[in-house]
Every structure is written in C-alpha cells, then in structure tokens.
Design a protein around this ligand. Structure first.
Ligand SMILES: NC(=O)c1ccc[n+]([C@@H]2O[C@H](COP(=O)([O-])OP(=O)(O)OC[C@H]3O[C@@H](n4cnc5c(N)ncnc54)[C@H](OP(=O)(O)O)[C@@H]3O)[C@@H](O)[C@H]2O)c1
Length: 276
C-alpha cells in the first residue's frame, strides 16, 4: 500500500514550544509531511531557522500569560482556517523541594503547565468539534507513571493533564475528534538546562537526583524518535495513551510496574535515584 502523507489527514497544525526539543522535532516531522504548521515560542528569534519554510508561521505565545493565550490561539486559528491538529507541547520543569520551595513556585508551575495548557486544549477542541474532526495531542510524561523526586509540581501538572485527556476521551467518544495522551520518557533536549532550580533542591540527596536526571537525558534517544512514534500514532488514527522513549522506559518499565505492587516500584525508583 502506498504511504499516505500526514497532510491528507491533518492539513494544518498548531504546535506550542516549536522552537526546541520535542516541539521542534514534531514541527520538522509535520513540515516534512506537507502539513502547514503554526509554531510557537516566547521569543520569535528562536523560530528564525523555521521562518523561511513556506508552510511555517511563527506565533509568539507565553504560557505565563494565562487566559491571554486563548486570543493568540484564536488569531492563529483564523489565519489557518481552523486547526486539524493541535500539539500542546510547551513546558518546563521546576526542580525543588516539595516543602522547602515557596508555594508560589508550585502554583506558578500548575498555572502554566496545567491550567493554561488546558485552556489551549479546550480552545482547540471547541474549534474541532463543530467541524467534526481533529486531533489534540497533550504532551504529558512518563512521570505520570513514575513520579520524579524534587519535581512535585511537574508530576502533578502532568498527572492532571493525563487525567484530563482521559476525561475527554469519554466525552468525545463517537465523534471523529481524538485526544492523544503522549507520554515521553527521557529525551535528549534542553529540558534540564531550562528547568528552574528552587530551594531545597541543593541538599545532597537532591544533588544526586539532579545528577541522575542529567545522565538520563544525556543518554536518552533523540527527539526525532518521539516524532516518528507520534507520526505513526497519527497515521493509525490512534487516541488514548501513546508512550514513547527507550524500550526500557516506554515499554518494559510500564508493563512491569502494572504487574508489580507499589512498594516494589517505589523501592526500584529509590535505588535508581540513589535515595536509599
Ligand atoms: N525531554 C524529556 O525528557 C521530556 C520527557 C517527558 C515529557 N517532556 C515534555 O515535553 C515537552 C517539551 O519539552 P522538551 O524536552 O522539548 O524541552 P525544551 O527543549 O526545553 O523545549 C521546551 C519548549 O517549550 C517552550 N516553553 C518553555 N516554557 C514556556 C513558556 N512559559 N511559555 C511558552 N513556551 C514555553 C520553549 O520555548 P521558548 O523557550 O523558545 O519560548 C521550548 O520550545 C514539555 O511539555 C515536557 O514536559 C519532556
């Protein structure tokens, strides 16, 4: 059977955080498939290398702007004539002690990574439902299944996003509008470099965890691997959970963790992060 280009299913796409890492890989993959992409960054200069592509439109969007992102999305949607695919990818981590860091640090992370991301997802689906088709990809994390020490706000935000994706899957059943809960494991991106470091993150145990997280990312697959997995899921018209990452993180560990008791998973995680 001849390969179908993704553009025959999704002519237009909106990708948040298109300037780097996974979002950049998703954007490159979509452009290579002939999809017209509206991609975001906080600073348009970060999209300069994409700007010359005839199918790319740069959009300035900052998750910290809260409700204002809805207008940014609406303007882009008008210029695209509606989006068939929206990838809620932009995000950052905060590495700090759950109890030591200021409560505002965690509230900020939840506002940006959960509430504002949900606003964008809602706006996307409200555009897709009347058209009777479309796909929303919420980029969550395997941290939902394996929460990371000293990243409690991040774990909560991603768990909330995954729970929201599942609620939507029930509410959109019977329509041709799909939601993918994309759960990446570790990928070689600038994620750790751009993570904010807060109080309580410098204790010896935290320093060991931080070093481990750094090694994980250095040894992880390249973002193009996640883009290839997402492409396959989109072409197969999949909805629901899609895991991507190394064979161990994305396949073996989730399977073992479903079979094993919580105490086993907890002990393995502690050992992995040198917490015992
Ligand atoms: N890398 C991993 O191992 C991994 C694993 C699981 C999940 N994820 C998730 O994958 C997504 C992408 O992360 P990444 O690894 O590709 O990280 P990255 O290389 O640091 O890229 C992050 C992207 O998000 C954008 N961004 C960051 N803060 C933003 C804000 N406040 N408002 C708007 N845009 C913002 C950045 O854009 P500008 O800085 O140019 O504005 C950049 O394009 C995130 O949601 C992350 O949680 C990553």
């Amino acid at each position: 059977m001849p390969a179908v280009p993704l553009s025959s299913l999704h002519a237009t796409a909106f990708v948040t955080g298109a300037s780097a890492g996974l979002g950049r890989a998703f954007t490159d993959m979509l452009l290579a498939e002939g999809v017209r992409v509206w991609g975001t960054a906080r600073d348009p200069a970060r999209l300069a290398s994409l700007a010359a592509h005839p199918n790319f439109t740069a959009v300035v969007l900052d998750l910290r702007d809260g409700p204002a992102v809805e207008q940014v999305f609406a303007d882009a949607s008008v210029s695209a004539g509606g989006f068939d695919l929206v990838i809620n990818n932009a995000g950052y981590g905060v590495f700090a002690g759950a109890l030591e860091a200021d409560a505002d640090v965690w509230h900020g992370q939840l506002e940006d990574m959960l509430q504002t991301t949900l606003r964008l997802g809602r706006a996307a689906l409200c555009g897709m439902r009347p058209r009777g088709r479309g796909c929303l990809v919420n980029v969550s994390s395997l941290a939902v299944e394996f929460p990371l020490p000293y990243m409690s706000g991040y774990n909560v935000a991603k768990a909330g996003l995954s729970a929201w994706s599942e609620s939507l899957a029930y509410e959109l059943a019977g329509t041709d509008v799909r939601v993918i809960d994309l759960r990446p494991g570790d990928f070689q991106t600038g994620f750790n470099r751009s993570a904010a470091r807060g109080s309580g993150g410098d204790a010896p145990a935290a320093a060991r965890v931080w070093a481990r997280l750094g090694r994980n990312l250095d040894e992880a697959p390249l973002p193009a691997h996640a883009a290839a997995d997402l492409r396959r899921a989109l072409l197969a018209r999949r909805g629901g959970i899609v895991r991507t990452g190394s064979f161990f993180q994305a396949r073996l560990a989730p399977l073992l963790s479903r079979l094993a008791p919580w105490s086993w998973r907890h002990a393995v995680q502690k050992k992995f992060f040198h917490l015992s």
